[in-house]
Design a protein around this ligand. Structure first.
Ligand SMILES: Cc1cc2nc3c(=O)[nH]c(=O)nc-3n(C[C@H](O)[C@H](O)[C@H](O)COP(=O)(O)OP(=O)(O)OC[C@H]3O[C@@H](n4cnc5c(N)ncnc54)[C@H](O)[C@@H]3O)c2cc1C
Length: 408
């Protein structure tokens, strides 16, 4: 697959193509999402075939497949739970990078305890009216649609009165406000819904069955988080990112010239190896590098297991939580080793530093990784309950109607 992909890139890469055309070509050749099913833009590839394709894109340094939450979670959710009509309507624009999606789950009063969401959805003819607030919504400013979980029935217990929609963000009832982070970026947002509208055609699964789809979405998120790029240079997908009609040559130049660090978590393992040669590593540092390697190998094998289970029609289970923990574990080791190798330079910030300050930037970004996609503590609870049979976390009687649950 590696040689075949390299030859394809050689024949098709042309710096004067627009990003839109490049992604369309990649999609036609089924090189963007090789593990997706053959009916839907994929080639049912194995993990190792996918890795070979990714390596060919990385080695040639060209732009890789569209990235983002739409392809990570929105596409598998649509493939698993969507109607044929929804698949036909949404999957082509996700596969070709024309649309970016975001995840509208967390709220000021609902994070780890996500089933407490109180953003409301009221049915009005063939539409639903949405009112409420979401927070920590990554990439909302660049997204055309969002995966929204909202409360459709306040009389039902909290897990039972939720409904799942794909909502169009480009409408007057939606206001998106960026949140500035300590690493200088602003990839999070607050999203306010004020009589926003979503068609009943854009509901996924049954009314009040949103919790099942929400947990499956989180499973796709956790099992995919450590997947890394599909290889090649990463560029934001979606019309709202404003890059689709620029040429790929121009975009590559812009990425190379950029001093910012758009990818807060990626590529550190290879970067770390470029800070110090193997002979310079002390024995404890070598130990860390080796544990990073074994963490990655275990993650790869677990991901292979999850992928084959999904292909058999199952939703990711507690294994997805172990994947999330592998991911944060690997990031933590990379952060510590990176800072250790930099020594006193690790305290400085600036483009003149080794790797243009990437490691320091990563150090400031890393704390969010153990919270994103459900905190590490919550993943351990899931593994404890579902795999080890440990007692459940203390909770209210699960049959209590949501409207009777005390709130802050
Ligand atoms: C980088 C990043 C990206 C994100 N992107 C999105 C996004 O796109 N869309 C979206 O909807 N949300 C997003 N989030 C939000 C994320 O899902 C929540 O932050 C997360 O679920 C935790 O919720 P919280 O912040 O409300 O913390 P809380 O739930 O209030 O938790 C606070 C602390 O208490 C601990 N804790 C809570 N409950 C338990 C328990 N039962 N047992 C043990 N410990 C517990 C937690 O581990 C945590 O340390 C993102 C977060 C980050 C950091």
């Amino acid at each position: 697959m590696y040689q075949e992909t390299r030859s394809w890139i050689q024949e098709n890469w042309d710096e004067s193509l627009t990003l839109r055309n490049w992604w369309a070509l990649m999609n036609e050749a089924r090189l963007s999402f090789p593990r997706w099913p053959t009916d839907w833009f994929g080639r049912n590839a194995t993990e190792s075939e996918q890795n070979e394709i990714a390596r060919a894109f990385s080695d040639t340094g060209v732009i890789g497949a569209p990235t983002g939450l739409g392809v990570l979670m929105g596409a598998p959710v649509t493939m698993t739970f969507g109607t044929d009509e929804q698949k036909q309507r949404w999957l082509p624009s996700l596969a070709t990078g024309v649309e970016g999606w975001c995840q509208l789950f967390s709220e000021p009063g609902a994070g780890s305890d996500l089933a407490s969401v109180s953003c409301r959805a009221d049915k009005d003819g063939d539409e639903w009216v949405i009112n409420g607030q979401k927070v920590w919504t990554s990439g909302a400013l660049h997204s055309s649609r969002g995966m929204l979980v909202a409360r459709s029935d306040f009389d039902q217990p909290k897990h039972k009165g939720l409904t799942y929609f794909i909502i169009d963000l480009n409408q007057p009832g939606v206001e998106i406000r960026p949140i500035k982070q300590m690493n200088g970026a602003a990839h999070f947002n607050e999203v306010f819904f004020n009589d926003a509208r979503v068609s009943d055609r854009d509901r996924i699964s049954d009314i009040n069955n949103g919790w099942a789809i929400t947990t499956a979405t989180l499973g796709f998120e956790r099992s995919g988080l450590s997947e890394g790029a599909f290889g090649g240079v990463r560029v934001s997908a979606g019309t709202r990112a404003g890059l689709l009609d620029r040429t790929v040559g121009d975009l590559l130049k812009a990425v190379k010239a950029s001093k910012s660090h758009p990818d807060e978590y990626g590529g550190l393992f290879s970067n770390i190896r470029s800070i110090a040669s193997p002979e310079e590593l002390s024995a404890p540092q070598a130990q860390k590098l080796i544990s990073l390697y074994s963490n990655e190998r275990i993650a790869e094998l677990t991901r292979e297991r999850i992928t084959s289970s999904i292909k058999k029609g199952n939703s990711p289970g507690a294994e997805a939580s172990t994947m999330k923990l592998h991911w944060t574990n690997g990031l933590r080791i990379s952060r510590d080793l990176g800072m250790e190798l930099l020594g006193a330079d690790g305290m400085l910030v600036g483009d003149h530093l080794p790797l243009e300050g990437k490691v320091q930037h990563f150090f400031l970004s890393m704390p969010s990784a153990s919270i994103a996609g459900g905190s590490d503590e919550v993943q351990r609870n899931i593994i404890g309950e579902r795999t080890l049979g440990l007692p459940k976390d203390s909770q209210l009687d699960p049959s209590t109607p949501f409207k009777e649950i005390p709130k802050n």
